[in-house]
Write a protein that binds this ligand. Structure first.
Ligand SMILES: O=C(CO)COP(=O)(O)O
Length: 247
């Protein structure tokens, strides 16, 4: 059975004082699922120290190169050195803000896995793509092209995040989420074989809240969530963690 993962993405939020939320998350018992917070780079090391192994800590991006003249960038090895175990790659905000392509995301995922990180590859359609009926084609293409050749499925997490659901309070219907997750599982099975594909956690992300978490986690092939805004407050995130643990 696929391990369940409740992942938070703090995005560009969080100062030292906000680690009080992380401490509150760590203080609560978390039966039944893995818990991960992907912090801004400035907080990764502090977060690892504060978590004391009770939850996993991740980054939100890494460069494809192991080191070099890339001012402002962070390598996968640097994240590992800071104690991170995961890294988010190809988030739609990076695809939009930094013109990241599937090929660039694949190179980053290759670098992340080579450094020993779990690569959380994000994909998802825009509203225009959904309304045009292209959702499955878009996410299928993103999955094929953003997961690198030779990727290790045991170090892979895939997050389906419809662009229009992020931060909007809107979510796809349960049938729409289930349809995409089934298609992603099939795509992974074609790539890695059924057994390995079933081990890859498939996360849903986009306006996951305490109120809708249980219904989303009850869907087939939903192994957890990648949570933005609701991961910033311990009470909200812990309610989502509890819903996943109970699913
Ligand atoms: O982008 C997301 C997580 O990576 C989702 O963000 P929200 O949960 O704020 O919609």
């Amino acid at each position: 059975m696929t391990r369940k993962l409740a992942a938070g993405n703090w995005k560009m939020h969080g100062l030292k004082a906000d680690l009080a939320e992380l401490a509150a998350i760590c203080a609560a018992p978390q039966p039944g699922c893995d818990v991960l917070l992907c912090l801004p780079a400035t907080l990764v090391h502090r977060g690892v120290c504060a978590a004391e192994g009770r939850i996993a800590i991740g980054g939100q991006d890494c460069h494809a190169a192991p080191q070099g003249a890339h001012t402002g960038d962070i390598s996968a090895a640097m994240l590992v050195d800071a104690g991170a175990s995961h890294v988010i790659l190809g988030h739609s905000e990076r695809r939009a803000d930094h013109a990241e392509t599937d090929a660039m995301v694949a190179e980053k995922a290759r670098a992340a896995q080579a450094a020993g990180l779990m690569a959380i590859v994000c994909l998802g359609e825009t509203l225009a793509e959904r309304e045009a009926g292209h959702t499955l084609a878009v996410v299928g293409r993103q999955l094929a092209a953003s997961v690198p050749e030779g990727a290790d499925p045991a170090r892979l997490v895939v997050a389906y995040e419809p662009v229009w659901a992020i931060g909007s309070g809107r979510t796809p219907t349960e049938a729409q989420i289930a349809e995409v997750h089934s298609a992603l599982r099939e795509g992974l099975a074609r790539r890695f074989g059924t057994g390995a594909a079933e081990q890859v956690p498939l996360l849903y992300g986009g306006s996951v809240k305490p109120a809708n978490a249980a219904a989303i986690f009850a869907l087939p092939h939903v192994d957890g969530a990648l949570v933005g805004g609701a991961s910033l407050k311990a009470a909200d995130f812990l309610a989502i963690v509890a819903a996943l643990g109970a699913a």
